[in-house]
Design a protein around this ligand. Structure first.
Ligand SMILES: C[S@@+](CC[C@H](N)C(=O)[O-])C[C@H]1O[C@@H](n2cnc3c(N)ncnc32)[C@H](O)[C@@H]1O
Length: 469
């Protein structure tokens, strides 16, 4: 997927105060088009050189298939994620709405996975052990403040053996402090605190290049537990589910990794390389004590069902290969079967798992090498208006009909959907009929289609909505 130097038509609706964005070479206005040259605060010479430098210091290469899910904290316009996408790496780029303008909106307009997100008081909306790599290039997060609360959150969401990549202050401060115009003593103190914190987390520093430092989370906690018996730190959390990522306060402790029998075992189970990882049953499904009662058989059937349904959608919408759709959202992603079946098309899918779904499978989705977030559809989604080309709503209305006003959910979908975008609503017939009435009221045009496609009976119905605006 090439999302790097996408040009798009400068829309009158977007207010641009280019000062911050332009000086960092994030984006340029050329005539009526916006150009993303791949610049960044930490990569003034371009993201290509930056990723090249990262590849030199990482113990595994970015092309190896061993790194597939990445979290970029404080992403700017997501140039880092854009570049990684060319290596089939999926980056969840997050940043808040702050003085850096609508950076996440720019990222999404470029056709890159991104959402509003901030390290503040609550956990990030992801399960534990999700990301193969987490990255911050000068992302301004005070990593060592509050007893290292934010770095501990990174530890929670990193997969066993995952990498933490940090560039910008204080990394290699001896060389850079003058250019940064920051007091060298302040930087030295910050670096020491960072090293101490990484040690408490039992991370190993694997590299420190010219501008980038890389730590690795252990693949299991055998030595870390041993250390905790002899030293005061690390502090292991003894309560609360590590996978809770919805309105859950962060805590200054380390979540113990699933137990292993020997030092060479990967906690929670090792993953295949991408792309084999996509359709190999994920360890969380194979784990009978922890899979919410789902069997391997259910999972395999689910994968097949979505392959069939996506192929029917493809025929209905006259081909996902056409480039018409790029940013896709699955509002109730289950095991990620819809997204897995969409991988062959030039699209990316934001897999959304309602925080109170019967089975919370976001961890499984990440193990497949796909990305997503927890969500409560009675609330607005952390994105800008008109940012998704295709929204897939499977069973959402049945799930929410007694929780909140489903018109509010439709209005939120209307806000998120791009002009000329499409919504596929798949649900039980009685619910679909109600939704159709509401859709007519908000003056969307919906067409009812039978759920059974390609000769296979399906009791659900489909409501197709094209946004003609
Ligand atoms: C100087 S910019 C760097 C952007 C990008 N990483 C680059 O190198 O071009 C700082 C970024 O950190 C983000 N940021 C600041 N505080 C943050 C926080 N607490 N959590 C997440 N992102 C934060 C800003 O919104 C912005 O995206």
């Amino acid at each position: 997927m090439k999302g790097l130097n996408v040009l798009y038509q400068y829309q009158k609706g977007i207010t641009l105060h280019f000062i911050g964005l332009r000086t960092q070479n994030w984006v340029r206005l050329e005539g009526q088009k916006l150009v993303f040259p791949g610049g960044g605060t930490s990569f003034p010479d371009g993201v290509k050189g930056y990723v090249h430098a990262l590849n030199k210091v990482l113990p595994v290469t970015l092309e190896s298939g061993l790194i597939r899910t990445v979290l970029d904290v404080g992403c700017g316009v997501a140039s880092f994620g854009a570049y990684l996408m060319d290596n089939e790496i999926m980056t969840m780029s997050i940043a808040p709405s702050d003085e850096h303008e609508a950076q996440v909106q720019f990222a999404l307009e470029r056709g890159l996975p991104a959402m509003l997100g901030v390290l503040s008081t609550h956990r990030l909306p992801f399960p534990s052990r999700s990301f193969d790599m987490a990255h911050c290039s000068r992302c301004l997060v005070p990593w060592t403040a509050n007893d290292g609360l934010y770095l501990r959150e990174i530890d929670r969401i990193l997969r066993p053996g995952g990498y933490w990549v940090l560039s910008g202050p204080p990394i290699n401060w001896r060389v850079n402090y003058e250019a940064w115009q920051i007091d060298s003593m302040v930087l030295e103190k910050e670096q020491n605190m960072l090293e101490e914190l990484a040690m408490q987390l039992c991370w190993e520093k694997v590299a420190e290049g010219e501008q980038i430092a890389v730590w690795q989370k252990p693949t299991n906690h055998i030595s870390c537990i041993h250390k905790s018996k002899t030293l005061i730190s690390p502090k292991f959390c003894n309560s609360s589910d590590p996978d809770n990522g919805w309105y859950t306060k962060m805590t200054a402790c380390i979540f113990p990794l699933p137990e292993v029998k020997d030092i060479h075992e990967v906690s929670g189970g090792a993953l295949e390389k991408w792309p084999k990882r996509l359709n190999t049953p994920p360890p969380r499904v194979r784990d009978e004590n922890n899979n919410d009662g789902f069997t391997l058989k259910t999972y395999t059937e689910d994968t097949r069902t979505w392959e069939r349904r996506v192929s029917a959608y493809n025929a209905m919408l006259k081909s996902f290969s056409s480039g018409k759709y790029r940013n896709v959202m699955d509002m109730n992603a289950g095991f990620g079967g819809f997204a897995a079946a969409m991988v062959k098309y030039p699209v990316w899918v934001m897999n959304v798992v309602p925080f109170d779904a019967k089975s919370k499978n976001l961890g499984v989705i990440y193990e497949r090498g796909l990305i997503g977030t927890y969500m409560d559809w009675c609330e607005p989604f952390s994105t800008y208006p008109r940012t998704y080309d295709l929204i897939h709503a499977h069973g959402i209305f049945s799930m929410y009909i007694n929780k909140c006003d489903i018109t509010d959910i439709l209005v939120e979908m209307h806000r998120i959907l791009r002009p000329q975008g499409t919504v596929i609503i798949r649900d039980n017939e009685d619910v679909i009929v109600k939704v159709k009435e509401m859709i007519d009221k908000i003056r969307w045009k919906g067409t009812l289609v039978a759920g059974d496609q390609n000769g296979t009976f399906d009791p659900q119905m489909i409501l197709l909505v094209h946004n003609k605006e």
